[in-house]
Design a protein around this ligand. Sequence first.
Ligand code: XIL
Length: 355
Amino acid sequence: MYLIMRVNIVFIFLASLLSCGKKESVNPIPASPAADTILFTKMPFPVGAAINVNLMQSNPTYNAVVKKEFNSITAENAMKFAALHPTENSFTWSNADYLVSFAQINNKRVHGHNLVWHQSLPAWVTGFIGDSSAWENLLKTHIQTVVTHFKGKVASWDVVNEAFEDDGTLRNSIWRQKLGNDYIARCFQYAKQADPDALLFYNDYGNEYSAVKRTAILSLLNSLVARGIPVNGIGMQMHTRYNQTDANISAAINSAASSGLKVHISELDVALNPDNNVSLTLTSSLLAQQAAKYLFIVKTYNAIPSAQKFGITTWNVSDADSWIPGQYNRPDWPLLFDGNYLRKPAYKAMIEGAN
Ligand code: XIL
């Protein structure tokens, strides 16, 4: 009897040692601000991240943080035109499908990004020769094949991305050149035909630094809505910086909300090195200023009417994954998690801003 008890005790001791070790390895997020904090459960609206499929599959820490902290995901690149539709008659769904099934298994919303953009176009599109009806057919086929494939699984789409220049004129993209100014309206109609339940967004950057651009975007969206074009929301990318003024950020968020549309802060990151200083180092003062900016953005966003709060999505997960350093060839630390997936002051600020 004594022997059996002893064996049991030793077994329980060993098992608890093992389970401690296991817990640490699947939960790399540190004990700040509280060991059991989960970002999305603290927020009154969905909170998302742009997801890199390779990292999702190769980096267990990245995967665990996405699973734990966010309840909405956007494909960083996997649903763009060139990724899904590399040749005229072929579609490659595997990476995007992987994200969608991750989302279904883990109960996350999927926001689709994006259907029509001037970037990430395959050579067969940029070199396409055809009259306006052939171009129209190309556009419609792409939109409807993609939206139909993800029908019922992708809840919302950035239908048109970045159609304006910073000076408020319509970008002279290949789409505008081939199809005329009103192509934007038709993109929304084609998407709606393919999935009447999906929420359809116009997405762009610069709302917080260019008043003429945000005014132009809003006047287009208001006119589309007035014509009965199925536009449900406005996405503001908000690739911003720690020293952007609060007045500009408020103007962007509140003017978007004045449209009555759903508002998505769709690609948030807060750069700390906007002047491209190649030898900048990270300081606690910069981290604090970044946190203050995240707090202000979230607080301002949280004050718009509830029904318009589609959510806030950061553009990737950790500073090691951000597109900013590669894009601008500089060190930077724009996100909520550091390169080791530890929570930064900005993480806590997100929660404070909404509570
Ligand atoms: C970026 C991705 O983050 C990069 O990995 C890719 O090389 C280029 O595109 N606006 C958008 C996003 O709408 O799709 C862009 O994403 C960032 C700017």
